[in-house]
Write a protein that binds this ligand. Structure first.
Ligand SMILES: [Zn+2]
Length: 254
């Protein structure tokens, strides 16, 4: 499995030749609509991603970027868009055919290729926002989506996953309805994944956090962390190794 960080909450997960794209923010629409300038460019062209499925956690511009969604859906002709009802409603308004959409709620499950997708609970200003539990034949990953901390969060994820996930990707920015890095580390401490990865930072100067501080908190509770670089991919076949192997993604040069 390769996991490439695309910036903010965006990831490309590859298993064999199957690709799942999550929350890609490739345009500068947040700057044009809300005045927040992106700090890092997209790591590749949208057209290079060619996913089989696109999962979007909620209907905010840094997650449902309508220009990126349109580019993905137009260039990847077989791609299915999966998300909560706020996302699928936005997609219908954008003219994406209903037969290419799958609506999912917390606890709901959908399988596509090697990916088994389950929605997890989130508490955010999009009331329908969800997180993503992603199971493949070899791994179990949890992406928090945008959410506040709440005491039942880790237990809900553990129950849906049947135990702690291998990797937890958690938002740490601490503003606009999201956990701060200490709360994110608290969820990690309760969840006990084999590896924790901070996300949703570094994209906007007005809305970021220091991942090193998150790492320090996780060190304190005995959970290993990986701090990713945008455009680099993590090869999880090496998860058991002492050194996590991160290399430039083939996408970053395209
Ligand atoms: Zn966000």
């Amino acid at each position: 499995m390769n996991i490439t960080w695309l910036g903010q909450s965006g990831f490309l997960v590859e298993v064999a030749d199957q690709r799942l794209l999550i929350d890609p923010y490739f345009s500068d629409i947040v700057e044009r609509k809300e005045g927040l300038r992106r700090l890092v460019p997209p790591p590749c062209r949208v057209e290079a991603l060619a996913p089989h499925a696109l999962f979007i956690t909620h209907d905010h511009l840094d997650h449902y970027d309508p220009e990126t969604v349109a580019a993905v859906m137009n260039t990847a002709s077989g791609c299915r868009l999966i998300g909560p009802a706020s996302v699928t409603a936005h997609a219908v308004r954008d003219g994406i055919p209903k037969e290419r959409l799958t609506c999912i709620a917390p606890g709901g499950t959908f399988a596509i290729g090697p990916f088994r997708i389950t929605g997890t609970q989130a508490r955010h200003s999009d009331a329908l926002a969800i997180g993503l539990l992603l199971r493949t034949p070899s791994e179990c990953l949890w992406f928090s989506g945008d959410t506040l901390y709440f005491p039942e969060l880790a237990a809900c994820v553990r129950e849906l996953a049947g135990g702690p996930p291998d990797i937890a990707f958690v938002c740490i920015n601490g503003r606009l309805g999201n956990m701060n890095l200490h709360e994110a580390a608290r969820v990690v401490a309760e969840l006990r994944p084999r590896l924790a990865v901070p996300m949703h930072y570094g994209m906007f100067a007005e809305n970021t956090a220091d991942p090193a501080e998150f790492r320090s908190d996780c060190d304190g509770c005995g959970v290993r962390t990986a701090l990713l670089t945008v455009g680099h991919c993590m090869r999880t076949a090496r998860l058991l190794d002492t050194h996590l192997h991160c290399v430039p993604s083939p996408f970053s040069s395209s």
